[in-house]
Ligand binder design. Sequence first.
Ligand code: HEM
Length: 473
Amino acid sequence: MTTTEAAALPAAAASSDASPPLQPAGSWPPGPKPGFTGWGLLRHMSKDLLGALRGWQQAHGDLVHLRMWPEHTIVVTDPALVRELLVRHHAALVRWERGIAVFSQLHGHSVLVAEGEAWRAKRHTLQPNFLPKPSAALVPAMAHSAANAMAAWQSGAWPVEQALTTLTMEVIARMVFSSDIAAEASAAAQALHDVSVAANGEFFWPFNPPRWLPSQRAKHRGMAFLDSLVERQIAARLQLARDAWPDDLLARLLALHAADPAAWPLRAVRDECMTTFLAGHETAAATMTWWMWCMAANPQAQQAARAEVVQCLAGRAPSAADIGALPYLNATLQETMRLYPAAPVLITRRATAPLTLGGWQFPARTLFTIPVQLMQHDARWFPEPQAFRPERFGAGAQTAPRGAHMPFGTGPRICLGQHLVMAEMTVIGAMMLQRFELTPLPGMAPPDPVMNVTLRPKAPLTLQLRTLEKAAM
Ligand code: HEM
């Protein structure tokens, strides 16, 4: 399967290879006037983060200094500098503490939020479960879940997000718990929505709001529900005889716990299950929701993807071997992630030591923000950036510089689930094209993207679904 970072080879480096002249220590790149404290900039960002960052990039360039007392934040939108930061300077960076404080309320100390040696140990232990081969081994189970779900989808107005959230939750629940959680799917989706809406606001607060505030009720109800869902799965497994455990992520984590309870307490098992369960379905549901819209709004691309699927699969369900054999479908997924990256702004990083980037000498404690979406919508790398053109990712296409398209991030902290989710999205996409045709509802306007941790349509997306004749498969 093609992954994003591997696909985007440099045609021309975004920055020239020649080192830029070194700026004097203590100087900062240009940026908007901060006023007395710079907190006005923060207010601007909390209203429309991507709009504010886009305006400052246009005014000041690819390294923008935001002075918001007491912080110095640098917004980086040059693909080469982003790679230099996340790959070369990886060891001098940690995730932004405020982001961690928000995420750890639900994720505990999982690989998503851990730092230093604790992160390295977790990543090293988990990684083998997420490589291309074990991810591809899950394709038959994914196809089984998709076929079950799609059997219930009917011609007519179709609530896209609800259907896809249930399906992607089902897929990840099978991988983590070997369990069917269909009965709880809609309550879990609502819980996660409430927690995400709260989290999105909390990034701009200096602390987590106290739980007794009436405005916090939905968030805490949601957190309690998700906690109980994961903890019930663990408790049920522990009641089973060990030789009756299915081979899934929970069993592998519990084996680590049995071998070394100090390094892997049950709390750590719970944290990793929670992160995989949440990161594993929400991003996939968001991306597939946008893919459905892109297919509906671009009938020629939909037809070309269907023709490829019909020719390759001849009506059967996709197998692991087919995942790499559907290049046009893969290109439609990449182009969807370019236009609508599930994580439009990478978790901000803080420098733990001084570092030099683009000729500027940044002191320890500088914050760096990487708005992936701005780079992916940059006309320098993607001409007519708002147009849906899967051909950008086709063989022989003029490629954008490395780092200009990175919906999964880059460097050692690149998305752990990228191979798994590419396989999953290819399976769902192919099976969808085999069975249904998608069109926008009459008179429908393009959905408005909003950021609620992941990028989602502002109003729940509904499209027109038409079941295809069997002969079309
Ligand atoms: C289309 C779907 C997905 C997208 C767009 C996506 C995107 C991302 C991004 C941008 C990051 C942050 C990288 C960084 O901070 O540098 C990330 C991290 C992560 N993702 Fe994904 N992701 C997706 C699906 C998944 C799935 C299916 C799983 C698990 C099954 C997963 C698990 C993780 C984990 C555990 C991390 C943290 C890795 C670390 O810090 O070492 N993601 N993802």
